[in-house]
Design a protein around this ligand. Structure first.
Ligand code: RI2
Length: 316
């Protein structure tokens, strides 16, 4: 397999490349590089190489649907079974990957634009983890001259909330870093809870970093609006035919040190990375196609994927 592709896949697996959007863009880029550098001499061996690379990539992280969706985008547009010559196929795969990457960038800009309209000067905003899409909304509103204050949940165990806090503070936004369990304490002062997502299901449930569902429940109880920022490639096509979203569980050493592990003896350390927020706790999902209620997820999914929903994965 292409060594650049394997390095990118490794970075996705170890979370050196993380964040559902960045993972998707990195996967599309890995396929672009594979197509560009392939030394295959026949159409069949070229397609075989791209499919093997795709299958390998989608196995790197199980929950973020952005990863298989990015790969689907490239394969559906790049590989056409009617085409039998290698060079046009290589160019089509490269073009599809470049198109995905460019669309992803445009989507972020539009999400920022649409979501920012719902924020008012003086608003206090809770965030979780580190989401480019959520950050884009906050930054956009700030650049529009709105005076905002952010409360960033630190997001144990990997503390991605610190990245969010730093990035927004660098923009000149007032930011407070809080421990995750302080979310309810501060909730009464919040106007919005803004989050990104790794996958949205057909029934409008939002899969996101562990702790999101707890904060959304507290927001619901306190009548604080919950806004989810999501490019449309975060919608999960297979949930429409009943598939469940697999929740990734990562190693114990993200939670405790080896010394603490030993000290705890037979205690098992569990580290699920994502949780599921039901649609009842979500007010709006901000996509590049506009703002939708979570209940519209089914319709958006059928529009996005249509007949392809029950088809075989293009890397099979
Ligand atoms: P953007 C992240 O997952 C977080 O859960 C974040 O909310 C989500 O991806 C979406 O991020 P992880 O890769 O695509 O850190 O909005 O596990 O950047």
């Amino acid at each position: 397999m292409n060594e650049h592709l394997m390095a990118i896949a490794q970075d996705i697996s170890t979370m050196k490349i993380r964040g559902a959007g960045r993972i998707a863009v990195a996967a599309a880029d890995a396929l672009r590089i594979t197509a560009l550098e392939s030394s295959a001499t026949t159409y069949d061996s070229f397609v075989g190489e791209i499919k093997t690379a795709s299958k390998y990539l989608v196995g790197m992280r199980p929950t973020a649907v952005s990863l298989p969706n990015a790969v689907r985008y490239v394969l559906w547009r790049g590989i056409n079974e009617d085409m039998t010559s290698i060079e046009p196929t290589r160019l089509a795969v490269i073009a599809a990957a470049e198109e995905f990457i460019s669309n992803a960038k445009d989507a972020l800009r539009l999400i920022g634009d649409f979501g920012a309209k719902r924020l008012l000067s003086g608003d206090k905003i809770l965030t979780v983890c580190n989401s480019n899409a959520a950050i884009e909304i906050i930054k956009h509103a700030h650049r529009d001259g709105k005076d905002l204050e952010v409360f960033a949940m630190e997001t144990r165990p990997r503390y991605q909330g610190r990245i969010t806090a730093k990035v927004l503070a660098e923009e000149g936004i007032k930011v407070n870093l809080i421990i995750d369990s302080a979310a309810r304490y501060f909730m009464r002062d919040m106007d919005h809870f803004i989050t990104g997502t790794d996958a949205i299901t057909a029934n409008g449930a939002v899969v996101n970093k562990i702790g999101t569902a707890m904060a959304a429940l507290a927001a619901h109880e306190a009548r604080v609006r919950v806004m989810v920022a999501a490019e449309t490639y975060k919608f999960h096509p297979e949930t429409i035919i009943g598939e469940l979203v697999e929740i990734e569980e990562r190693p114990y050493d993200e939670v405790v040190s080896d010394d603490a592990r030993e000290d705890l003896g037979p205690v098992s350390i569990r580290n699920p990375v994502f949780d599921i927020t039901p649609s009842e706790y979500i007010d709006v999902i901000v996509t590049e196609r506009g703002i939708i209620p979570p209940q519209a997820s089914f319709f958006l999914l059928t529009e996005l994927f249509g007949w392809r929903l029950t088809g075989r994965d293009p890397w099979e």
